[in-house]
Design a protein around this ligand. Structure first.
Ligand SMILES: Nc1ncnc2c1ncn2[C@@H]1O[C@H](COP(=O)(O)OP(=O)(O)OP(=O)(O)O)[C@@H](O)[C@H]1O
Ligand SMILES: [Mg+2]
Length: 289
């Protein structure tokens, strides 16, 4: 069975800090070690400032959660990164390359993927056909109308991704017949097609049952190490279990950054976002998206 692409997989252990070289070469390569760098990014919609002066650096392979109340600017941040809505000012770098003026498809070519807050699937097609089309769409021969052969590389990849998102027993089910949670799992498979290096997940747990949330966490935790992601999540339980770093947004600005523990225990965060009666024992949160 095909593996999820590991072409860009660096040789390193889970303890990423151990790999921080201090020699001249690694300093020279410093820029290339970031999957994403935002420099003074802002986005205006008329008079509304949806993003203001965002500076953000995400290392290759890093898993980061973005938290913040409704309207904080989280999805706008994703739109600025993907190019769906380019920034009004500022620079966006992907894997060391300035992509500020590049269209979304050029960013996809460089390994960027995203899922949306609203489902975008082909309802009249089966699960495997949805994944196959995504795999075909990012590879050579994407305009071929021929039925795939058994040994088609895209089909092999599709089967692997089907398994990665725990949908083996739904392989030939029409998307319209899937549960909501299964549809969100399918979206993750689509985001994994090709050779993703950084995936932006926009509230993947919204509307999921507790069991489906647990499954989502398992799927995200099992992704290959070289695939970094940024996850927008209102459910603290999900966010803090899958992320190693957290960015809190408020009113279009970055309000706090830290480890999940630092964010969880920060009094200002608790007051602003979680409610004053928040305690670490009571962090099921629930979706507000
Ligand atoms: N296309 C747009 N046109 C005008 N205003 C927009 C547009 N997109 C976002 N906004 C505004 O920008 C602000 C930030 O919106 P955004 O969708 O980024 O918030 P969010 O943090 O993702 O919120 P939620 O948690 O509700 O998804 C909001 O005030 C929103 O109304
Ligand atoms: Mg949003």
């Amino acid at each position: 069975m095909a593996q999820i692409d590991i072409t860009h997989s660096p040789k390193r252990g889970r303890n990423r800090e151990q790999n921080r070289g201090t020699d001249a070469l690694s300093r020279l390569q410093e820029t290339g070690r970031f999957a994403l760098e935002l420099e003074a990014v802002s986005r205006h919609f008329g008079a509304l400032v949806a993003l203001a002066d965002i500076n953000l650096a995400v290392r290759a392979g890093e898993r980061r959660a973005v938290l913040g109340s409704n309207g904080a600017g989280k999805t706008t941040l994703f739109n600025a990164i993907t190019g769906d809505f380019p920034p009004t000012t500022g620079r966006v770098r992907l894997f060391g390359e300035d992509v500020t003026t590049l269209p979304a498809y050029e960013r996809i070519r460089r390994g960027l993927r995203r899922t949306y807050q609203i489902s975008l699937l082909f309802n009249g097609l089966s699960v495997i056909d949805n994944i196959f089309l995504a795999c075909r769409g990012v590879g050579r021969g994407r305009f071929s109308l021929l039925r795939p052969k058994k040994d088609d590389g895209a089909m092999e990849m599709a089967e692997t991704l089907l398994h990665a998102v725990h949908l083996d027993d739904r392989r030939d089910t029409m998307v319209a017949e899937l549960s909501y949670g299964q549809q969100r799992q399918l979206e993750i498979a689509l985001a994994l097609s090709g050779a993703p290096r950084l995936i932006l997940f926009d509230e993947p747990a919204a509307g999921l049952s507790p069991t489906e949330r647990t499954e989502l966490v398992e799927i995200l935790q099992a992704l290959p190490e070289h695939i970094g992601f940024i996850i927008i999540e209102h459910d603290m339980d999900v966010a803090l279990r899958v992320a190693e770093s957290v960015t809190m947004m408020h009113n279009g600005r970055i309000f706090k950054e830290g480890t999940p523990e630092e964010i969880e225990n920060d009094p200002e965060v608790q007051q602003l976002y979680l409610g004053q009666d928040y305690t670490a024992q009571d962090r099921t949160g629930g979706s507000r998206g």
